[in-house]
Design a protein around this ligand. Structure first.
Ligand code: FES
Ligand code: FES
Length: 174
């Protein structure tokens, strides 16, 4: 709990996933904590909180950033995309579909960060080679997959986006 008698809070207004959102936070609050705790966007994961693992990756004005390395106040007036915002609710973005089809995840802990780092890459380089994909995700640690299936997922996502795939309903699992 925060001591409101001694802690000065600041209001931060941002655009998150296309919506105006604001939160009252301590000046030292990290963006990842504002997203998760103040805005309820728990799809952004926390791991090391020292910029090493990439679990907290979001897009800030379209660029992948580690949200544990950004103060919430630095996001004032900026545009943020979290994993919740990559596709309309109930649908999978083509890159999410690609990760699903190509087994680009196991436990899924790294996956939101992997996807956002990959989307940042694909927005700048729609047809990356394997080396470029591995370079783009080198700041994202996966303890499960061995990375090969992630690279294949990103390659598949690139093909899907180039042919104009759009979000599709999440499979029911039946
Ligand atoms: Fe941000 Fe690990 S939690 S890089
Ligand atoms: Fe488990 Fe990447 S799927 S950490």
């Amino acid at each position: 709990m925060q001591d409101t008698a001694t802690t000065t809070k600041v209001d931060v207004s941002t655009t998150v996933n296309g919506q105006q959102r604001s939160a009252s936070v301590e000046p030292r609050t990290l963006l990842v904590h504002m997203l998760r705790e103040s805005l309820g966007l728990t799809g952004t994961h926390t791991g090391c909180e020292t910029g090493q693992c990439g679990a907290c990756t979001v897009l800030l004005n379209g660029q992948a950033v580690k949200s544990c390395m950004v103060l919430a106040v630095q996001a004032e007036g900026q545009e943020i995309t979290t994993i919740e915002g990559v596709a309309p609710r109930g649908t999978l973005h083509p890159i999410q579909d690609a990760f699903w089809e190509e087994h680009g995840l196991q436990c899924g802990y790294c996956t939101p960060g992997m996807i956002l780092s990959s989307l940042s890459l694909l927005s700048e380089n729609p047809d990356p080679n394997e080396e470029e994909i591995r370079h783009a995700i080198e700041g994202n640690i996966c303890r499960c997959t061995g990375y090969q299936s992630i690279v294949k997922s990103v390659q598949s996502a690139a093909q899907r986006l180039q042919r104009g795939d759009t979000p599709k309903p999440i499979p029911s699992g039946d």
